[in-house]
Design a protein around this ligand. Structure first.
Ligand code: HEM
Length: 154
């Protein structure tokens, strides 16, 4: 009788364990597929993460010798707000960026290719801290074609 009881107990534990696993498994599968279908904006973490990225990154480029030149006299708070709206719109967050075109806003600064490359390298470093590889690459891919509007040919 004791053996039968033990077997029933083991059967019960096995059923509960497998059922638990498959339920958890189903939900995590559902969540991850839902997550990968979400907009880049959502996967990045929305406005709180974009705001943090813009804040930290703009402070960095505005103080690093290889990029700081163009930021002299620029109101960084306003620039950060504008960049957040721009990134929000570009990543599908539904914001409306109403600033200047990339060509207009960068023309006077006469940005060189070396400055652009240093800027992107620092942006990549900031993204590495806050988003995963897939999101980082998607965002960099969106920004890359803007190089031709931002860099002034020599
Ligand atoms: C893909 C790369 C870049 C993107 C997406 C970008 C985006 C922007 C945006 C959205 C603005 C705000 C424009 C407005 O509010 O009207 C802006 C302004 C500015 N950007 Fe960039 N930028 C890029 C590269 C660069 C680089 C490489 C530099 C310098 C090294 C730079 C320096 C500036 C400065 C100084 C301003 C302020 C212009 C002003 O207010 O007169 N940007 N950028």
């Amino acid at each position: 009788m004791q053996i039968v009881k033990n077997k029933l107990f083991i059967l019960l534990i096995t059923i509960l364990t497998f059922n638990g696993c498959s339920t958890t498994g189903d939900f995590s599968f559902f969540n991850s597929s839902e997550k990968s279908d979400a907009s880049l904006f959502t996967r990045i973490g929305g406005l709180p993460v974009l705001t943090k990225i813009a804040d930290e990154f703009i402070d960095k480029v505005a103080t690093t010798p290889s990029t700081k030149r163009s930021f002299d006299g620029i109101k960084l708070k306003t620039l950060k707000e504008s960049v957040v709206l721009h990134l929000c719109e570009l990543t599908g967050g539904g914001c409306k960026y109403e600033g200047e075109t990339m060509a207009n806003s960068h023309r006077d600064a006469k940005i060189t290719e070396a400055e652009f490359d240093a800027f992107v390298s620092m942006f990549r470093d900031t993204l590495n801290k806050y988003v995963s590889t897939r999101e980082k690459n998607e965002l960099l891919k969106i920004l890359a074609p803007m190089k031709r509007d931002i860099v002034t040919p020599i």
